[in-house]
Design a protein around this ligand. Structure first.
Ligand SMILES: *Cc1c(COP(=O)(O)O)cnc(C)c1O
Length: 485
């Protein structure tokens, strides 16, 4: 084989001049601090202009570009056209706002370039410390296991897979699921990723029984019990109940204690989709609402939502750590592992999920928990609920708006009153988003289109709520008037 000049070319990607990269790096960091400090002064969202969008069609760069120019392109073409979830008036969907300590930690993690699939190094200890913290927070035993994943879509999927192992034992990994007639139960308010998890697990979405909700948007436990009995008589094999702690539409929390009782009586796996709500465990006023979560067999949690850890930082906690490992580990892989040297290490996270190479998501979570402390984080979580209640009260006091669901946590569903309300409110939401003043989203409550304000951002203040309502009233009146004309 020819050398092709390989000997002459510079291999290392490290800078030749460390002094200038250091100065450029500091500028990039300062710019980001400036950006976050002044976040409130900018529009929440603005669409990506066509000219900007077109610039992303440039072909693969062959020649180098200096870092400062690439950073300038970032500032011009990327940074201004974000979703807006760092902004205090972003209330669309269930998005966290991020935090500065977590951002810095992510830079440190990238510098370390750790791979958390396994082996014996301190980053694994950081992840395991968070596993222990979560174990304690949720009252799980020492034998419980936990794993960082992208988000709760993956965490819920893992929950379904471990439950599947419990039902069919680890043979299912070789033999597949055909012919077993397994069925699972969740509520009509469950997140769409639950059905997707059933699909991906090979069980099929038809095997997910959707149980109606009560007036508070919580699963109807009586109907759940009836569905289980009906399925058993029809020859199905119930194996799993999935409760929701914080539904994305209204923030409803299922009666987890009731679900735990049914699961125990029926010998079913009890998984809780606590993507955003489970971390209400940090807020003393929310804890009683989560009673029963300590009886779950597995819990999905997102640190990137209410805890404000930068994306992505999902997590799954499993009561039976051995069963969790048996669901994913290559047969007896953990027995073959070295006891000494870098290839040692007692916990190999790759044995607990589908990923082999894994980044250091744990570090930004560790920094966030340590820098702020659980008490202040809990108070921040409670405060988002207080702000949501403020919005709920203002809506109830107004004649222009009506509340469409009880404000049970930090999500408020409401609408502007008027003829053709579904269409009118869909327009108001788009008007609000395009104005850059505030970003709510829409959802459907009992068939009605609602404006949904989900208060997750730690920067949101009551005056942001007032700005949202003032703008919504203005756009609503203008839309209604233009129709009448
Ligand atoms: C966000 C969310 C999910 C999905 O989690 P991702 O982190 O987006 O994958 C699932 N369930 C609930 C209740 C959620 O809020």
């Amino acid at each position: 084989m020819e050398d092709n000049g390989a000997e002459q070319c510079r291999g290392s990607l490290d800078p030749e001049d460390w002094r200038s990269i250091r100065a450029q790096g500091h500028r990039m960091l300062d710019d980001m601090f400036d950006h976050i400090e002044a976040v409130r002064d900018r529009p929440v969202w603005q669409p990506v202009p066509t000219e900007v969008r077109e610039r992303f069609h440039e072909t693969l760069p062959v020649a180098p570009t200096d870092l400062a120019s690439v950073h300038a392109a970032f500032k011009e073409r990327i940074l201004p056209y974000a979703t807006g979830n760092t902004h205090p008036r972003f209330m669309g969907w269930v998005h966290g706002g991020g935090n500065v300590a977590g951002m810095l930690a992510d830079m440190l993690a990238a510098g370390m370039n750790a791979n958390l699939g396994g082996r014996d190094h301190a980053p694994i200890e950081v992840e395991q410390q968070i596993v222990r913290w979560m174990r304690d927070l949720f009252g799980f035993p020492r034998s419980a296991s936990g794993l960082f994943v992208t988000g709760s879509s993956m965490a819920n999927f893992i929950g379904v897979l471990v439950a599947r192992t419990r039902a069919l034992n680890a043979d299912v990994r070789r033999k597949g699921v055909s012919g077993h007639r397994l069925v699972a139960y969740t509520s009509a308010a469950a997140h769409g990723c639950i059905a997707q998890a059933m699909d991906l697990a090979g069980l099929g979405t038809d095997a997910l029984r959707i149980i109606p909700v009560d007036d508070g948007h919580r699963i109807d436990a009586g109907l759940l019990q009836e569905a289980i009995s009906r399925d058993r008589s029809a020859g199905f094999k119930p194996f799993l109940i999935i409760g929701t702690a914080g539904s994305v539409d209204t923030g409803a929390i299922d009666d987890l204690a009731a679900l735990a009782r049914i699961a125990r009586r029926e010998a079913l796996w009890f998984h809780v989709d606590g993507a955003y709500g489970a971390l209400g465990m940090l807020a003393p006023d929310i804890v009683p609402r989560l009673a029963g979560i300590d009886c779950a067999d597995s819990i999905a949690v997102d640190f990137h939502k209410w805890l404000q850890v930068p994306y992505d930082a999902g997590f799954v906690l499993v009561r039976d750590g051995a069963l969790h490992r048996d669901t994913f580990a290559a047969p007896a892989a953990y027995l073959r592992r070295e006891t000494r040297g870098l290839a040692g290490g007692s916990i190999w996270p790759c044995d607990f999920g589908p990923d082999l190479s894994r980044g250091f998501r744990a570090l930004k979570t560790w920094f966030t928990l340590k820098v702020y402390g659980s008490e202040a984080l809990g108070a921040m979580i409670s405060r988002t609920c207080w702000i949501a209640r403020h919005l709920g009260r203002r809506i109830q006091a107004s004649s222009e708006f009506e509340l469409l669901a009880p404000v049970s946590l930090n999500i408020v569903c409401f609408r502007f009153r008027g003829a053709n309300a579904d269409q009118l409110n869909a327009q108001i939401v788009v008007d609000l988003q395009e104005s850059g003043i505030a970003v709510p989203s829409t959802t459907r409550i009992d068939g009605k289109l609602a404006i949904r304000a989900a208060i997750f951002n730690h920067r949101t203040e009551p005056e942001d709520i007032d700005a949202l309502l003032a703008a919504a009233a203005k756009f609503g009146a203008a839309r209604a008037a233009s129709r009448a004309a």
